[in-house]
Design a protein around this ligand. Structure first.
Ligand SMILES: Cc1cc2nc3c(=O)[nH]c(=O)nc-3n(C[C@H](O)[C@H](O)[C@H](O)COP(=O)(O)O)c2cc1C
Length: 157
């Protein structure tokens, strides 16, 4: 991609979330920033997930995902969930199953749980459209966002 296009993409702003998923006993979490509310009624959220992600397999199998808003002070979540090793991600963090069965992190600002109602693959990410079936806000603060993150998620692979 042309350098000035990449530079332009780097100027777009996003929330940075922890997206969790599961299938049977397996649980996983990943950092996701290509996320948006897309409808008020019904309340729909879109998460764009690359097919290479382990989370992708789990969402496909279980048909749900959960999104966590984290505080900008919780930088350790970035290191914990941006990697590919599912075993290390939940060690020494508190979590419980939500109503969809997805893991819900206790130490987040807020979370939403969604059942997937549609999926589209217009490009190199799958757009999972989720209907919100649960949501809770635990604390106030400043949500972690791309302005707090030095890198840029380009979604190339
Ligand atoms: C700031 C940031 C934003 C990211 N946003 C996304 C995203 O929206 N969609 C995606 O598929 N991957 C995204 N990633 C990459 C995944 O978090 C990363 O590939 C992770 O290892 C996937 O984990 P998994 O394979 O265990 O599911 C992002 C990474 C970072 C650091």
């Amino acid at each position: 991609m042309q350098e000035d296009w990449i530079k332009t993409l780097g100027k777009m702003t996003y929330g940075i979330y922890v997206l969790t998923s599961y299938h049977k006993e397996a649980v996983n979490g990943m950092i996701a920033s290509w996320v948006s509310q897309i409808s008020y009624d019904p309340l729909l959220i879109m998460a764009a997930v690359h097919p290479n992600r382990y989370s992708h397999q789990l969402i496909e199998k279980s048909g749900c995902f959960a999104l966590h808003v984290i505080d900008r002070q919780q930088m350790e979540f970035l290191a914990r969930f941006k990697g590919p090793d599912p075993k290390s991600k939940f060690s020494s963090v508190q979590w419980a199953r939500g109503k969809t069965g997805c893991p819900i992190l206790s130490e987040c600002m807020a979370y939403l749980e969604c059942n997937v109602i549609a999926r589209y693959t217009p490009g190199n990410h799958t757009l999972f459209l989720g209907e919100v079936v649960g949501a809770q806000s635990f604390s106030d603060g400043t949500p972690f966002a791309s302005l707090d993150y030095k890198g840029v998620y380009l979604g190339e692979k």
